[in-house]
Design a protein. Structure first.
Length: 157
């Protein structure tokens, strides 16, 4: 089973975005089992000392499971299609990868040294999105990947 982790700076608390993230993760966990994917989980980290991007990077790095493929979300990352992301999930699963972790930084992004350690840098396009919406979009794309792999009607090419 390929475990999927979303590690993000900040807490969504009770918000419409939190409801959406939870819904997409629940959907993925149900479908993913059929594919050997999941479970997916969310880890929220918070720099309570407000010491900045380096402290956030330390917290994010501590949240990454051992031997995990690391994908950062970054405005300068590579924009890929939904089927491309589904293919990545399929390849990771086929190659017996046990963990994939997606990192979402805080307001200042992800610290440079942590970026260098990432296996993938992905973007949701040239626009900058609020971090809460980036979580929703990522959770939806993770779910969409499962629907693509299972050839359900949710995703139409």
């Amino acid at each position: 089973m390929l475990s999927v982790n979303i590690c993000a700076v900040g807490r969504l608390r009770q918000s419409p975005e939190a409801v959406l993230v939870s819904d997409y993760i629940t959907r993925f966990n149900k479908l993913g089992r059929q594919l050997g994917l999941g479970p997916a989980s969310i880890v929220e980290v918070e720099d309570k000392t407000n010491t900045g991007i380096s402290a956030e990077a330390t917290l994010l790095e501590k949240s990454i499971p051992k031997n995990s493929v690391v994908c950062i979300l970054d405005e300068n990352g590579k924009a890929i299609t939904s089927p491309d992301l589904a293919s990545l999930f399929s390849n990771w699963n086929d190659n017996a990868i046990k963990n994939v972790t997606f990192l979402i930084g805080g307001a200042d992004g992800i610290e440079t040294n942590l970026k260098k350690k990432a296996d993938y840098s992905l973007s949701f396009g040239k626009m900058v999105w609020p971090h809460s919406l980036a979580r929703v979009m990522l959770a939806e794309q993770i779910y969409r990947s499962a629907t693509i792999l299972l050839k359900t009607p949710y995703h139409r090419n």
